[in-house]
Design a protein. Structure first.
Lengths: 136, 409
């Protein structure tokens, strides 16, 4: 079965030197979409990736990355909405490119659908009460 | 003018007996749709309105009590945020947008503005201890020069909000026509009309339910920050002269309220310190105003709905900062609240900034207070200047100082 998975890759210094992500396509036939990346030689790096492919291949690909020293985290763990701090103003709505943050039309409260989030962090910039937090 | 249906006294007697008929600014719309103006006006005594959003022109007046020996404070900081001390000895005023003295501001752009006056006000109302650092120059009667102490709202002689400009009647819709992201008090604005920020509770907003200021005036008792407050004066920049549509609704920012209220009765849930990226600190204020249905005309104005309220679209990358006055077009609040507007052939997602759900909650709380007999209405000493007053907002006509046309003082 084909599935889509969003993951955050943390590259230690050593792993940032080598081309590893391209191997997902070459070795495992996976399609991927780089949602954001910040990787430079000699520095720790970070990449948010959407991987599309057969379930089994997906697993193998991620295992390969781990063997190469890349730490992997599901994306949904990285952007958090703290409901205690949210005042439902909606400052985050217009900047959210995927409508992961949306206004519930009945309650007019701001809701967060984590699976749609691509961790662009625009909401973190836009939130005046710092209810949106990036845990990278 | 339609004939009077009831007086403030009659309404208050019903409130005290627990018999007043109170509905929110949202409920009244349905009721009028169902029963018409005439019948509804006979039945309903009070309509409650509300708004919750960033209101930069807000601040708190506090009196900390005298020290021994006495001190005339000329410079003061509350949790590191400067408070104005140019008043009597131990009176201080802390403004919502004052930023902590060690904040890097926009030197690291866009600045985070993590803590400021709005946060101090929220912390004070929360009952948290606040660190006061104060200096005086020393006089014969006020010799003390330095003070470093914790203070707490419960020990203050007075702590009251005194907000020079709240509850703006309508407001701009901000967009960004430039090719780079900009940071404004109406939010983060993405380039090429990437999104639009707006800030009004629309059909729930107090002054949009009384567009000609027929019932809201100096002395009107209100919901303020979760406690009780009063309208103190017309707000700064109050401008009744703004162009109006055929329903009497101003097509842009118009009337404003200066409000006052005892912070000791307030709730931090309705006063939130804000950190607006790249812009600065502010305070989100919860404010609700009861509107007495004195006659049919008062009710007619409470029938206002989002689609009747239009707001100007303004480019905050150029027209606003440079004050060109250029308006790109108008949209109404039903469109704005739908989540997207259309301009120049583009679909533009919207960000409300002002919380509709919380405005709605304020309307309901105020309704409950009145229904329970806890909150009676006050008749204003006088109403705010309206369209016939000649009051209008002016920009500054600069008269540059050139050192030849006067003595420098």
């Amino acid at each position: 079965m084909v599935s889509t998975k969003k993951v955050v890759l943390h590259f230690p210094r050593e792993a940032a030197e080598r081309p590893v992500v391209c191997e997902l396509a070459l070795r495992f036939g996976l399609t991927f979409n780089i949602l954001r990346a910040s990787i430079s030689p000699h520095h720790e790096g970070l990449m948010v990736l959407e991987i599309i492919g057969e379930n089994a291949k997906n697993e193998e690909g991620l295992k390969y990355l781990q063997e190469k020293g890349v730490e992997i985290q599901p994306l949904s763990q990285d952007i958090k909405k703290n409901d205690q701090l949210c005042i439902d103003c909606g400052s985050c709505l217009g900047v959210c490119p995927t409508t992961a943050l949306y206004m519930d039309k009945a309650s007019y409260q701001v809701k967060f659908e984590e699976s749609k989030c691509i961790a662009c962090e625009l909401c973190v910039l836009a939130c005046p009460t710092r209810a949106m937090e990036a845990l990278f | 003018m339609s004939s009077a249906l009831r007086s403030y006294q009659e309404i208050n007697e019903k409130i005290k007996k627990g018999k007043a008929v109170v509905v929110t600014a949202e409920e009244i719309i349905e009721l009028i749709d169902k029963n018409g103006i005439e019948k509804t006006a006979r039945e309903v005594d009070v309509v409650t309105t509300g708004t919750f959003g960033a209101m930069c022109s807000s601040g708190a007046m506090i009196n900390i009590g005298h020290t021994k020996p006495r001190m005339k404070i000329s410079e003061a900081y509350l949790n590191g945020v400067m408070a104005y001390g140019g008043l009597a000895a131990v009176d201080l005023y802390i403004g919502a947008t004052q930023v902590a003295k060690d904040d890097p501001l926009n030197k690291i752009y866009p600045g985070e503005f993590k803590y400021g006056g709005g946060h101090v006000i929220q912390d004070l109302v929360s009952g948290k201890d606040i660190l006061l650092e104060a200096y005086g120059y020393g006089t014969d009667d006020y010799p003390r020069k330095k003070l470093l102490t914790w203070i707490n709202i419960k020990d203050l002689n007075q702590a009251y909000l005194f907000n020079p400009r709240n509850a703006y009647q309508n407001y701009n819709v901000a967009v960004n026509c430039s090719d780079k992201i900009i940071y404004t008090y109406l939010g983060v604005l993405l380039p090429h009309l990437g999104n639009a920020g707006f800030s009004s509770a629309g059909q729930l907003s107090p002054l949009l339910n009384d567009p000609y200021y027929r019932v809201i005036g100096v002395g009107t008792k209100i919901f303020l920050g979760g406690g009780v407050g009063y309208v103190a004066w017309q707000g700064t920049q109050h401008d009744p002269s703004v162009e109006r549509n055929d329903k009497g609704i101003p097509r842009g920012g118009a009337g404003t309220l200066a409000v006052i209220g005892d912070m000791k009765g307030m709730d931090p849930n309705w006063l939130w310190g804000l950190s607006i990226r790249g812009y600065g600190c502010s305070l989100a204020v919860g404010l609700g105003v009861p509107i007495p249905i004195l006659d049919e005309e008062t009710l007619q104005y409470c029938a206002v709905r989002d689609q009747d309220i239009e707001a100007p679209i303004i480019d905050y990358s150029n027209a606003y900062p440079n004050g060109t006055g250029e308006i790109l077009g108008y949209v109404n609040y039903a469109e704005l609240r739908s989540g997207k507007i259309y301009h120049a052939g583009k679909e533009i997602p919207t960000s409300p900034i002002s919380s509709y759900s919380r405005a709605r909650e304020i309307c309901s709380i105020l309704k409950k207070w009145i229904q329970n007999g806890d909150f009676t209405l006050t008749q204003p000493t006088f109403v705010l200047p309206s369209t016939d007053s000649g009051v209008r907002f002016r920009n500054l006509a600069e008269r540059p100082y050139n050192n030849t046309n006067g003595v420098r003082r």
